[in-house]
Design a protein around this ligand. Structure first.
Ligand SMILES: *Cc1c(COP(=O)(O)O)cnc(C)c1O
Length: 459
């Protein structure tokens, strides 16, 4: 008997058979698929005669990225671990439109270089008229580092004043003051964890002060015996310092969430327009939190300060690409984002959609009920805000196979909960189909161990 491994076709022969695919996908890709098919034949997984067919099938299933699209049924609108904001259709189209050669930094009328991302910056200042100028960088953290560097350290004023009550960890071991320090600045802490007063700031300001940094502690609330100094009070104080001591110390409000205007649903969440109106010189925020856009760091405010940041050598290292600029412009000028839609979803309508799904599941003999649920903003926003919502409750054992099927749920109190707040209406049928598929392949004797489901809502 001949060893079947000796029947494995030679690479060149298979490649010749797959010549049409080489034209489409390129030789290295096809060669890799052939090698994998040969390995499978060697291990006895497939017949040696199937190598070409197997490689062809693998190439047909090939995806351009290993990133897998997920349905967010967690009830956490901005879930950091699954990519924060889901982009609007406009933003997705913009990404495609910008993916080739584009006039990101070029004036087609004159053939000369033009201001990079000018339409996006114009959209930002149009959305926040109180901002004289705007800058877009890689993310909120980059905006802070750039401000610290350009306005503080590089200007010979390396001391950054922060309230102890705002020295916080906002995400997975991410501490803003350590970030600021990493830029070579010294943090001057004022006040105490629970109370900070205007004179704490006044006493700390010197001619070495680069910035007064007001951080919105976006993932927790302090209650009880507390006092903070708000942006308006800091403005008054800094004006006095300016008059009495001739120091122009910029006030930077890091609002995090990216709300450009007040959002009535989230009354405690700061917004750029209000912070600037109250006297912040600069506001920094993220693009992919409540704004609902791509990952980006927004800087809005006084023209001279934005210009100093723009001119910093570091600006080049944190600048955004044409894709981000395009998606951000579309987010600012286009239809409401999925984040906005999720935030504003009516609870009665969510309950109705949940009931339709639960009824269909019950019709198929699966136990499903609709329960009240608290959704959350997530992404380090609106920590105290519960968004009343509804969830479809099914057996906890479904959570893990559903996760494998691309539906991220919440396991709570021994049940698997699906909250449709973050699910576009158009995806309801898809969610139902995936549950049914999972149910058909999950045995009734499945272990009762509640599987882990993504629930983190950190920043
Ligand atoms: C989220 C957040 C940041 C960091 O922004 P990224 O865009 O994630 O880099 C900074 N400050 C505050 C207050 C935040 O909430």
């Amino acid at each position: 008997m001949t060893d079947p491994r000796r029947r494995i076709p030679r690479t060149d022969d298979v490649l010749a058979e797959l010549a049409d695919l080489i034209d489409l996908a390129g030789r290295p890709v096809v060669k890799r698929a052939v090698a994998q098919a040969q390995d499978r034949a060697r291990s006895g997984e497939i017949e040696p005669e199937s190598v070409a067919t197997s490689a062809r099938a693998a190439l047909a299933d090939r995806r351009p990225t290993s990133l897998t699209s997920l349905i967010n049924a967690t009830g956490v609108v901005l879930h950091t671990n699954i990519g924060r904001a889901s982009l609007s259709d406009d933003a997705r189209s913009a990404l495609l439109a910008a993916s080739g050669h584009v006039d990101v930094e070029f004036d087609t009328a004159t053939g000369a270089r033009a201001r990079r991302g000018r339409a996006t910056l114009a959209a930002l200042t149009a959305a926040v008229p109180a901002a004289e100028d705007a800058l877009v960088v890689n993310n909120g953290a980059a905006a802070l580092v750039l401000a610290t560097t350009a306005l503080g350290v590089a200007a010979g004023r390396p001391e950054i004043i922060m309230s102890r009550g705002e020295i916080v960890e906002i995400g997975d071991s991410f501490r803003l003051h350590e970030l600021v320090r990493s830029a070579g600045a010294t943090i001057v802490e004022v006040g105490t964890t629970n109370r900070t007063w205007p004179q704490d700031y006044s006493e700390a300001i010197t001619d070495r002060t680069g910035l007064v940094l007001k951080i919105h502690p976006s993932n927790f609330v302090v209650t009880g015996f507390t006092h903070g100094v708000d942006v308006a009070e800091l403005r008054t104080l800094l004006n006095t310092v300016g008059e009495e001591r001739g120091l122009d110390v910029p006030l930077l409000a890091d609002i995090g969430s990216g709300l450009l205007r007040p959002e009535p649903l989230l009354p405690d969440e700061p917004d750029a327009a209000t912070a600037l109106a109250q006297g912040a010189d600069l506001v920094t925020a993220s693009g992919d939190k409540l704004l609902g856009g791509p990952q980006a760091g927004l800087v809005l405010g006084r023209r001279d300060l934005v210009e100093r940041m723009r001119r910093s050598p570091l600006a080049r290292a944190v600048r955004v690409d044409k894709l981000t600029l395009a998606a951000l412009e579309a987010t600012l000028t286009g239809a409401p984002t999925p984040t906005h839609t999720a935030l504003h979803a009516d609870v009665a309508e969510l309950r109705r959609r949940s009931q339709v799904l639960a009824d269909s599941l019950t019709d198929k003999g699966l136990g499903a009920t609709v329960v009240d649920h608290d959704a959350a903003v997530g992404g380090g926003g609106a920590p105290g805000t519960r968004l009343p919502s509804a969830a479809i409750a099914i057996r906890a054992e479904f959570a893990e196979p559903l996760r494998h099927a691309g539906v991220i749920t919440r396991v709570h109190d021994g049940r698997c909960l699906l909250d449709l707040r973050g699910v576009p209406v158009a995806d309801d049928q898809d969610v139902l189909d995936r549950i049914l598929t999972v149910a058909a392949t999950t045995s009734d004797s499945a272990s009762g161990a509640a599987s882990q489901s993504a629930q983190g809502a950190d920043a």
